[in-house]
Ligand binder design. Structure first.
Ligand SMILES: [Zn+2]
Length: 332
């Protein structure tokens, strides 16, 4: 299963807690869209992989250290005879390649163009790093095959005049047949590696990127738009009274609406919270209400009386799915 990248959750939580008028709001939504596209792109390739039962080990979004810097790979399929390195692209609209110049141009329906690095150059760099990394750890490195897969159904791949498109660049639809071809090309050859051993090695040394979005963008906690947001009108605040949260704008109400706000806090600000910090973050005045809320949430109490802190037990992979469910960003 493709794991949820921590920066995706960071930017999603930040987007929820920032006013649209904040000068960095657009930067945040751009980062968010990029991580969303990456994550959902990887997930959609898993769909195509679910049809085959070849004897490989799969390693998802692997970030390794080569002694000087980190390099990241979207997906690796490890067979006994070869390794398939996959770069996943979730671009939409028209994509034009120019391998000669090492560029890729995305042309949106309104005519605007955005340049990116040619994924071919990108994956060759990954291959070089992976090759070196493996040579230092296993006696024989098998051939490394590469595929760049454009998974979005709304993509139109084009090549610039006279240059052919590299055959390793394909759409998701073609992925199963390419995988079968590679598999039959190598199936008669002797085994070089133990896929399980190599995949465990990669997983053990994987260093997923962890960021604190506030630090990355130099946004201070005081600039955040605090309070419990209505789950219906998204950016409107809710008031707490007699155990019930009520939207100030629509009919939205509930008893547990503070949970997501607390999760956002633990993600964005700190992994512990005091009663005073919770009152400030949730926008409630009553010490006793805040204590009731904190005691009923899935938190560990540390210390006593005025210095009590509550520590999060929420799991990044399991408890933050609400941050992936942002309807208004889905079309970006
Ligand atoms: Zn509302």
């Amino acid at each position: 299963m493709t794991s949820i990248p921590q920066p995706l959750l960071q930017y999603a939580a930040l987007e929820r807690n920032l006013q649209c008028t904040h000068p960095l709001y657009e930067t945040v939504t751009n980062h968010l869209s990029m991580y969303r596209a990456g994550y959902f792109g990887e997930k959609s390739l898993d769909y195509y992989l679910s049809f085959d039962d070849f004897p490989y080990e799969k390693v998802d979004s692997c970030r390794l250290y080569n002694g000087q810097h980190h390099f990241q790979m979207d997906k690796l399929l490890i067979f006994p005879q070869f390794i398939l390195l996959i770069e996943i692209k979730n671009y939409t609209d028209q994509i034009t390649f120019d391998h000669e110049f090492g560029t890729l141009i995305q042309t949106k329906s309104d005519g605007t163009e955005k340049p990116y690095q040619d994924p071919l150059a990108q994956i060759q760099n990954q291959e070089y790093n992976l090759q070196n990394w493996l040579e230092r750890r296993i006696p024989n490195v098998p051939p490394i095959e590469k595929l760049i897969v454009f998974v979005n159904k709304n993509v139109n791949l084009k090549r610039s005049a006279a240059l052919r498109l590299d055959p390793r660049i394909i759409t998701g639809y073609l992925f199963p047949s390419h995988l079968r071809k590679l598999h039959s090309k190598y199936s008669e050859r002797p085994s070089i590696i133990d896929p399980e051993y190599v995949s465990n090695l990669l997983k053990k040394e994987n260093q997923p990127l962890n960021i604190r979005a506030l630090d990355r963008l130099s946004i201070s906690e005081s600039e955040l738009f605090k309070g419990v947001k209505c789950f219906i009108c998204l950016k409107n605040l809710m008031n707490y009274s007699k155990g019930v949260w009520r939207c100030t704008n629509c009919s939205g109400k509930g008893r547990e609406n503070h949970i997501e706000a607390l999760k956002d806090y633990f993600l964005l600000v700190d992994n512990t919270i005091t009663n005073a910090q919770a009152r400030n973050w949730l926008g409630i005045d009553s010490f006793h209400s805040a204590r009731r809320i904190l005691n009923s949430a899935n938190l560990t109490r540390e210390g006593n009386s005025s210095s009590t802190k509550y520590r999060s037990n929420w799991n990044i992979q399991e408890d933050y799915k609400y941050l992936l469910d942002r309807r208004k960003l889905d079309n970006q």
